[in-house]
Design a protein around this ligand. Structure first.
Ligand code: ANZ
Ligand code: ZN
Length: 822
């Protein structure tokens, strides 16, 4: 029955079978422990790349392994299907975004199926489908009614040629990524979600998430950016109004030599009103306003500023300090004004050097005396205070407390906590997104679309013209409506939602993907959530993961879910590289998964990817590596056939070589189980299976028969161990084996027989005529004849029996061998 291993044939066959039989369909089952494993759903760009293949292969091993361990496994997939590329394709090629998207989804689904992934396809979620976005709108309304949605004028990146708002990522060097014209800042009324209300909980709960990589947690902490400092006011000469500053280093207040405002600060126009350089100042202000925050604050970027002509008074020592404006102070953070203390702050230091502003030393280093003349950078650490009136001599930490106390007594300042996190701007002036369910009425203002009128559908009578207004504004049927409150003529909101809104709750929808009435049923979500294992790229470390955490917390507060965090364990996979660089279209070093699958089969592609590197590390693509994986699978195929063809003998006594092979088998079972259980040591798991296969070959080379029971055990176990990694070949060989379970994927995971692991050897004392001459170690199960033969050939024994006649040999099992000679 020696067939050749032809992956293309068997893979097609099993994929069809799994699909036709809904092999991986899951239902809630309160008698079984659940396990929810999830890979980040893809954007339907049209084709899978190797990064996807890696992501899904990792998830698939976990899902199949957990299923074999007896868990009720939920392993779904879907598509993050709204977004700009579909709309750009519409502008460029005239295809409707829906058509473009659905045909891409179709292609990617086919590619995913060709990888043999164990998805429950019945739970597929597609965010651009009405049956999904209607619930995204419902969730928007829940947020709205909780007071977590508001509309505010915001400064946005605006391209006047393309006539649209651009995301920060779409601005390259201050230019529009598409038409290359300069991007301007424009004030537009935009919709926001109040994520800042949750800043503290989003931060605090990170301390109770042992299943997340430290790196991701610290990125989120920095993004939220909580800092505790002081807010206090400077008097302005000749003005009633004061300037409030925010500082985390109030201990440096005696070293302040100037103050700096963001050019957007509302007091600026009054400060420069009488300045003869007013015109120049205004040019400067406009220029800074058009710089992005990233440009303004990046390290090494030139700090630019101008003197306003006005002065302020330091309330702690009455000193007169000039008021400047500069690009490095952001209007959106703190109070938009800082007290500058060049000795202690590197930005202030550089600025003071550049514009010849005075520098005072008021923080001294404990260890090594600082002198301004010797310094070429700020001293940013804590120290002790000098030249600071009654606070002189205090440590920075002491001074921060005592100075706040004094300020509070004087009534000029107070402790203040600040966050870097901003509210989430979700408005997009785009067509291919979830419509914001709001109606703008000239009398009533913004009114929520009543729940019974959801979904607000995307119209099809729109025009996609580059440089035009948002396409939704070209659809009269969409635009014109009645106000739900007063019944008067009103206009529908034409902004759509940021696609990150869609992806902030898709993992909940998988739990109840066909619910028409609500986004999800609470009971079902509570059965499945939280996601036990989430797997995806590090590029989502902040936005997607933070937004999803925010959504779950809001829904928890609403009593709609029981969990406070969406993802218990997070794995961030490394990149796929080729020749040391990232695999990417622009570099031209892309290896297409489809070609690899066509040539070698999905099992080889999966095995290579899982074997080549631990999942968190970057993986270097190697054609030899792929060949090697293919060869290994051919070896697996051949050895299984060989074993199945071997002669059986019925009784279950194993010869010492079978005992040894069985020990290797159970060592491998122990190793693979340990490597997969809560870990992702796929590469070492696979290499131990490779060793097992080698030993199976060694046995087959020197034996033509095998105990029937053991034959079945070893082939069966090998296939079970390999099944999560290479599901097709193992299924095909499983059928040849004819095991009780109809599919290897329904088999239970193998358990270690610890008795097989113990090294079953005993020491025998070897006597000649009743005197112990040496000891010999033999396997417990060694036959008497074999023991006798071995004992006689030992050199330590030979010298006592040489030239003599052996009368008899007495073997006392596990104890002694006595050779009687004459
Ligand atoms: C004086 C000072 C002296 C400062 C010193 C630092 C060191 P975090 O920790 O990130 O909150 N700052 C305040 N508001 C700002 C704004 N809108 N734009 C740019 N910088 C701003 O940083 C707080 C510190 O950043 C504040 O403390 C302030 O500079 C600056 F030796 O005040 B500090
Ligand atoms: Zn109205």
């Amino acid at each position: 029955m020696s067939d050749k291993y032809v992956p293309q044939e068997i893979e097609k066959k099993w994929q069809k079978y799994w699909l036709d039989t809904n092999a991986f369909e899951t239902k809630e089952d309160s008698n079984k422990e659940k396990y929810y494993v999830l890979e980040m759903f893809p954007y339907p760009s049209g084709n899978l790349h190797m990064g996807h293949v890696r992501n899904y292969s990792i998830g698939d091993v976990v899902a199949r392994f957990k299923k074999m361990q007896g868990f009720n496994v939920l392993h779904p997939i879907g598509y993050d299907a709204f977004g700009m590329p579909a709309e750009n394709a519409a502008i460029k090629n005239g295809v409707a975004p829906a058509q473009w998207t659905y045909s891409n989804i179709e292609n990617m689904t086919r590619q995913q199926r060709e990888l043999g992934l164990s998805y429950d396809w019945n739970r597929e979620v597609v965010t651009c489908r009405e049956d999904y976005y209607k619930h995204t709108q419902k969730l928007f309304e829940i947020f709205y009614n909780k007071g977590l949605v508001y509309k505010k004028e915001a400064k946005v990146n605006w391209c006047d040629t393309c006539h649209t708002v651009l995301a920060n990522e779409q601005v390259e060097d201050g230019k529009c990524w598409r038409c290359k014209n300069s991007v301007i800042k424009k004030n537009l009324a935009q919709w926001f979600l109040k994520i800042t209300d949750y800043a503290d909980r989003l931060l605090e709960d990170l301390n109770h998430m042992p299943g997340w990589p430290e790196r991701v947690k610290s990125m989120q902490k920095n993004w939220i950016g909580k800092s505790t400092g002081v807010e206090f006011a400077f008097d302005v000469e000749g003005m009633e109004e004061k300037i409030s500053v925010y500082t985390t280093r109030v201990d440096t207040v005696f070293g302040v030599t100037y103050i700096v405002l963001a050019p957007e600060h509302p007091i600026v126009s009054a400060l420069i009103a009488n300045n003869p350089n007013k015109e120049e100042l205004n040019v400067f202000i406009d220029k800074v306003k058009n710089q992005s925050d990233i440009e303004r604050t990046a390290e090494g970027v030139e700090k630019l500023g101008m003197f306003t002509g006005s002065y302020a008074t330091n309330p702690m020592n009455g000193e007169r300090v000039p008021i400047w404006i500069a690009n490095y102070v952001l209007y959106e953070y703190g109070t938009g004004a800082v007290m500058a203390m060049p000795e202690g702050d590197q930005r202030d230091w550089e600025f003071a050097k550049k514009y010849n502003l005075p520098i005072k030393l008021t923080i001294q280093n404990q260890e090594k005396n600082l002198a301004l003349d010797d310094m070429d950078a700020a001293y940013v650490e804590d120290g002790y205070l000098v030249d600071s009136e009654e606070f002189t001599g205090q440590s920075s930490a002491e001074a921060r407390v005592s100075i706040i106390n004094k300020m509070e007594k004087m009534g000029i300042g107070k402790e203040k906590v600040n966050y870097r996190l901003r509210d989430w701007l979700i408005s997009r002036q785009r067509y291919w997104g979830c419509p914001i369910p709001i109606i703008n009425c000239p009398t009533c203002g913004s009114v929520l679309v009543p729940e019974k009128d959801l979904p607000v559908r995307l119209p099809e009578d729109v025009e996609f013209v580059s440089g035009a207004v948002s396409p939704l504004q070209t659809s009269e049927s969409f635009l014109q409506c009645k106000c739900p409150k007063c019944g008067g003529a009103a206009l529908r909101e034409t902004d759509t939602m940021d696609t990150f809104v869609d992806s902030s709750w898709y993992f909940l929808r998988y739990c109840d993907a066909h619910n028409e009435k609500q986004p999800f049923d609470k009971e079902k979500v509570n059965y499945w959530m939280s996601v036990d294992q989430y797997i995806g790229g590090i590029e989502h470390a902040i936005l997607h993961l933070l937004y999803s955490r925010f959504f779950v917390k809001v829904l928890y507060d609403e009593g709609l879910v029981n969990c406070i965090e969406p993802f218990t364990n997070l794995l961030c996979q490394g990149m796929v590289l080729k020749d040391g660089g990232k695999m990417s279209k622009s570099v031209g070093n892309v290896v297409s998964p489809e070609e690899i699958v066509a040539k070698y089969g999905a099992d080889t592609a999966r095995l290579f990817i899982l074997f080549a590197a631990p999942p968190e590390r970057d993986l270097n693509w190697s054609d030899q590596g792929v060949e090697g994986s293919y060869r290994f699978l051919k070896r697996v195929w051949a050895i299984v056939e060989k074993y199945l063809d071997m002669d059986n003998y019925q009784e279950n006594t194993l010869c010492s070589d079978q005992i040894k092979l069985r020990r290797r088998l159970h060592k491998t079972i122990a190793k693979v189980t340990e490597d997969l259980d809560g870990k992702f040591n796929f590469n070492t798991a696979i290499s131990s299976i490779m060793e097992l296969v080698n030993e199976m070959y060694s046995y087959a080379e020197s034996h033509s028969s095998i105990a029937e029971g053991f034959k079945k055990e070893i082939v069966r176990s090998l296939l079970i161990l390999l099944a999560p990694f290479v599901p097709h070949i193992t299924e095909e060989l499983w059928q040849k084996l004819g095991a009780e379970e109809s599919s290897v994927h329904d088999a239970e995971w193998v358990v270690v027989d610890s008795s097989a692991l113990t090294v079953d050897e005993v020491e025998l004392a070897i006597q000649v005529n009743g005197r112990v001459r040496t000891v010999m170690s033999v396997p417990i199960a060694m036959e008497k004849e074999e023991i006798e033969y071995k004992a006689k050939t030992l050199s330590a024994i030979q010298k006592f029996i040489e030239g003599k006649t052996i009368v008899k040999v007495i073997v006392v099992p596990k104890k002694i061998v006595n050779i009687v000679v004459k």
